[in-house]
Design a protein around this ligand. Structure first.
Ligand code: URP
Ligand code: ZN
Ligand code: ZN
Length: 586
């Protein structure tokens, strides 16, 4: 076990007592639906009270959060730690990767189990658990890749969504021909299976066949450098796959989550699909997309250009970062991840003579929140509530971790970031926590960063000092049938389209209507309407999952009803719809 502390602070590292009782005083609590000036009392890793004039037992450590925003810790829905791909292994392992996450204010990551073609999904899942469990500094969950198709894969998807494994999302690739790509017939079946299981299908949307052919043509013309990467897979190649994935999901009557959306054309394709589809469509973009751009592929230095190679690629259109920020603010996109997948320089050099061999991936898990704050909140594109929504709460809702994660409220996990919106720093590989010596945001000035980060009640960034503990985090199961995704019918934005014939398939008998009992029910026939958001900071409307049922009365001291009543009277509250106001000054 590694305890990452400065020598002088070793005496303060009593994990048990530091996770026991903590009071955060005088901060401004920010959730996705509102802000309030309130104190937060934590006991045994759980938020017990939020309000003013709390009665707290003696000996509790107090953090003065005057001038700080108290937000739910970030949830990064997209990381790759200890992943082997394209002949290399990522530099950030589960220890260094989650350490970097915590340093940047993220307290939960969702990584991807990616089986080899032909490999058992459950075997791959067990490998990932083995790699991660002893190393993670914060909580983590897993998505599982469906990288090949057979009846046994379908069976394993069913098993993985059971209580034993706790998986509710599967990623399918429309690119990476010959390694992870599925054809459309397989993709359709994988998405259908997700719909049956009430799991979330995720797709990597790029046309793998077009990329393969374009790569051959570019190499034949002598274009071998990193600039060929984007040329082989331009916006149209991404947008086509987004549209096709949406069509397939619609035919399967399934929601869909599109990972790492990187272009204006892809967002446009998603918006167009939303006009016709009844099931929810979620779009995730990346810190890389809003924080830098594709001009770097033309840098004369191979090391520099190759360090920016990821898929889908950064775009040369200089308007892309701003457009993606606006799409995130306007709810055309709902989440921002990092797709953190770092490779050492020696590994990127595998593609020195052929851009198609450069291992794909960049950093982002540490800087995701600060980059977004700088580009979106400091510029007035988003308010802090929307920031919480896209960096934390929406991921919690979609992947069924909410309200245990993604919310500052009694009974939630005490995963918090105390954000100093005045803290100025310059991002650099010389100071970051990643295992690589390159940072795609190098030299960028950001104003707004975490001053404290609390993971399950333990102060892991303490007044700027990183004090993570290897193995302190735990695996958090994600139950299927997320109410946010499967709970409410989604009305189309435009006039009601006629449903696909397969949504209510009926056998035609001599041109007559089916006889009673013959009608086949669509997958959503039994959906319950989603309860309205509670509108207050207590998540009483939701059932805690995965053993998370908690009893406020289990606190070792009692608070009177009158004192509890003071909470709301004294707090200054700004109420927004869940997701936050997405424009204007806050
Ligand atoms: O370039 C990327 N995105 N690397 C990680 C693998 C993936 O497709 O997410
Ligand atoms: Zn991908
Ligand atoms: Zn990825």
């Amino acid at each position: 076990m590694t305890i990452d502390v400065t020598p002088t602070s070793v005496s303060g590292i009593n994990i048990k007592s530091s996770q026991n009782r903590l009071l955060i005083k005088n901060g401004r609590v920010v959730n996705d639906d509102g802000m309030e000036d309130a104190d937060v009392y934590i006991e045994d890793g759980i938020i017990k009270q939020v309000g003013r004039n709390l009665i707290i037992p003696g000996g509790t450590r107090t953090i003065d959060a005057t001038g700080l925003l108290v937000m739910p810790g970030g949830i990064d829905p997209h990381t790759h730690f200890e992943l082997e791909m394209m002949g290399a292994k990522t530099a950030d392992d589960f220890y260094k990767g989650t350490r970097a996450a915590v340093a940047g204010g993220t307290t939960t990551v969702i990584d991807f189990v990616l089986p080899q073609k032909g490999q058992s999904l459950i075997e791959a899942y067990n490998n990932w658990r083995q790699k991660a469990d002893g190393k993670v500094c914060c909580d983590y969950s897993l998505h599982v890749g469906v990288t090949w198709w057979s009846p046994s894969v379908k069976k394993e998807m069913e098993q993985l969504t059971g209580e034993e494994y706790g998986i509710n999302s599967f990623k399918m690739f429309m690119a990476y021909k010959d390694t992870w790509m599925l054809n459309d017939y397989e993709l359709y079946q994988a998405i259908e299976t997700c719909a049956e299981l009430k799991a979330i299908p995720q797709v990597h949307a790029e046309n793998g066949h077009i990329i393969a052919r374009n790569t051959e043509k570019l190499l034949a013309k002598g274009i071998t450098g990193p600039e060929g990467h984007e040329m082989s897979r331009n916006e149209e190649v991404e947008a086509e796959a987004v549209n096709r994935a949406c069509v397939i999901a619609n035919q399967a009557n399934s929601p869909l989550y599109i990972v790492h959306m990187m272009s204006k054309s892809a967002v446009q394709a998603l918006q167009t699909a939303r006009q016709r589809q009844r099931q929810p469509l979620y779009g995730e973009t990346l810190a890389a997309t809003i924080g830098t751009d594709g001009s770097h592929y033309r840098n004369a230095c191979f090391r520099h250009a190759a360090a920016h190679v990821l898929s889908p690629p950064l775009r040369p259109d200089p308007d892309t970062p701003q457009a993606m920020l606006e799409a995130l603010a306007d709810d055309q996109l709902q989440l921002i991840g990092s797709d953190n997948c770092t490779f050492h320089e020696k590994d990127k050099e595998l593609g020195k003579d052929n851009f198609a061999k450069i291992p794909n991936g960049v950093n982002g898990v540490e800087d995701r929140m600060a980059i977004l704050w700088q580009k979106a909140v400091n510029t007035g594109i988003m308010d802090p509530c929307r920031f919480v929504s896209v960096t934390s709460a929406r991921a919690a809702r979609v992947f069924n971790l909410w309200p245990r994660k993604g919310r500052v409220a009694p009974l939630a996990d005490a995963d918090l970031v105390l954000w100093d919106s005045r803290l100025q720093r310059v991002i650099s590989a010389t100071t970051h926590r990643h295992a690589v010596d390159f940072n795609i945001f190098e030299g960028q000035n950001v104003v707004g960063s975490p001053q404290y980060v609390i993971v399950n009640g333990r102060v892991c960034l303490d007044d700027g000092d990183l004090r993570v503990v290897e193995g302190f985090g735990k695996f958090v199961k994600t139950p299927t049938n997320s109410p946010h995704v499967f709970g409410a019918p989604q009305p189309p934005l435009s006039p009601q389209p006629s449903p696909s014939p397969l949504h209510t398939p009926q056998r035609v008998t001599n041109g007559n209507t089916p006889s009673p009992g013959e009608e086949l029910k669509p997958a959503h026939a039994h959906r319950q309407p989603e309860p309205a958001p509670s509108g207050c900071s207590t998540p009483t409307g939701r059932k805690m999952r995965d053993g998370a049922q908690r009893d406020l009365q289990s606190s070792s001291f009692s608070i009177s009803k009158e004192v509890e009543g003071l909470d709301t009277k004294t707090s200054v509250r700004v109420r927004n719809p869940p997701g936050g106001k997405s424009s204007g000054l806050w």
